[in-house]
Write a protein that binds this ligand. Structure first.
Ligand SMILES: *Cc1c(COP(=O)(O)O)cnc(C)c1O
Length: 380
């Protein structure tokens, strides 16, 4: 029987404990496992290499991305970094131009010194990918929707160009979560998540996930993970499984509320731009609607100046001023100096990250309360 999303989230990898029938199996904290005889074991040897609690999580989450293989990491950044270790000196990577700040920083400040080169281009236009491919290009890395401007890239178009040129295509699917979008179904090779965000959903853990159908890629990445050691703790794996069970319900409500707020903000005259994938003013809303179930829980908008953005953020009562996103509580932040503070001002301007930009992660509070909070914070 082929399960649908909500059923998979609750049952895949989640069988009761075979020994006791416990509906929620115990957390396996063991670092090492007794072997039957030399060269013979029951599936586990040492917890860096493999752990039963982590394996359950990997089964659960890979099934949600319609992938055969899942690998859980200590953080989204650890997943990103370990994937980059697959590259060799002299290789070239094409990366979206407004990927997560930490991803940009790792590529630009760390990987470059090992002789891997990167071009950062706007992949909302797939032709920019084709135009940037060189003889030594091996990988394309992107996010859609992007952060903080919610730009949308056409996944099937990018997957097709990547296949034509034998590039491995990797999508950081953190903003959409597997409930809203499944890049592998669109032909993308590998999906990465910061499970710190929507997958966990409760702002109480840091984690990362990689999902793919590519067996060779999986073997190489597992080898690197085992060598570099970027593994999550069994307790974090357990918390994550718990969060994932309600992902569909949460994403549905996050998206409904965010769409309501985006509409409300669009009606306010002094707000210059509202960035949200499913509103009509979004340049790629048609593509967003083709490849995403709903618009997601993140939106950004431009207030007239840095001063008005700071005043707004200070007056909010329900929205906490904080980095990160994807939790049940609503958060607001100022990208120019917070999440995107590591990007130089010139580059921020080229990217369209204006001085009055505010980003919201819409939580699961009552949306009328959230709109009331936004309204009072905008009053002078
Ligand atoms: C947070 C985030 C990351 C990094 O993940 P960590 O779990 O914080 O290491 C990567 N990509 C996106 C889109 C993110 O939002």
């Amino acid at each position: 029987m082929e399960f649908k999303f909500e059923t998979k989230a609750i049952h895949n990898g989640q069988n009761p404990d075979p020994e006791t029938g416990a509906v929620i199996p115990p957390i396996h904290l063991a670092s090492t496992f007794k072997q039957v005889s030399v060269g013979e074991h029951q599936g586990f040897e040492y917890s860096r290499t493999g752990n039963p609690t982590r394996q359950r999580l990997e089964e659960q989450v890979s099934s949600l991305e319609n992938a055969k293989y899942g690998i859980a990491f200590a953080s989204g950044s650890a997943a990103t970094a370990t994937i980059q270790l697959l590259l060799n000196k002299g290789d070239h990577v094409i990366c979206g131009d407004d990927v997560y700040g930490g991803t940009y920083r790792f590529f630009d400040k760390v990987m470059k010194k090992f002789g891997v080169s990167y071009d950062f281009v706007d992949l909302a236009d797939p032709e920019n990918l084709r135009a940037t491919i060189k003889e030594n290009t091996k990988m394309v890395w992107l996010e859609t929707p992007t952060n903080p401007l919610l730009k949308i890239s056409d996944l099937s178009a990018l997957a097709e160009i990547s296949k034509e040129h034998d590039l491995i295509s990797i999508v950081d699917n953190t903003f959409a979560s597997p409930f809203l979008q499944n890049p592998i179904d669109q032909g993308i090779d590998v999906v990465v998540h910061s499970s710190t965000k929507y997958l966990g959903g409760h702002s109480d853990l840091v984690g990362g996930i990689v999902a793919t159908n590519d067996e060779e890629f999986t073997e190489k990445l597992k080898f690197l993970q085992n060598s570099a050691g970027a593994i999550p703790s069994p307790f974090d794996c357990w918390l994550l499984m718990r969060g994932i069970k309600t992902l569909a319900l949460r994403m549905t409500q996050h998206s409904k509320s965010a769409a309501n707020i985006a509409e409300y903000l669009s009606e306010q005259q002094f707000i210059e731009n509202v960035y949200y994938p499913f509103i009509d003013s979004h340049p790629n809303s048609d593509i967003a609607k083709q490849q995403m179930r709903y618009g997601g829980g993140i939106l950004s908008f431009d207030l007239p100046s840095a001063g008005s953005a700071h005043a707004f953020l200070k007056k909010l009562k329900i929205f906490y001023l904080a980095e990160s996103l994807g939790g049940v509580e609503s958060l607001a932040e100022y990208p120019p100096t917070m999440t995107h503070g590591s990007i130089e001002k010139d580059r921020r301007q080229v990217l369209g990250i204006n001085d009055g930009l505010v980003r919201l992660s819409v939580g699961l509070e009552n949306v009328d309360d959230l709109i009331e909070d936004i309204t009072q914070a905008m009053k002078h």
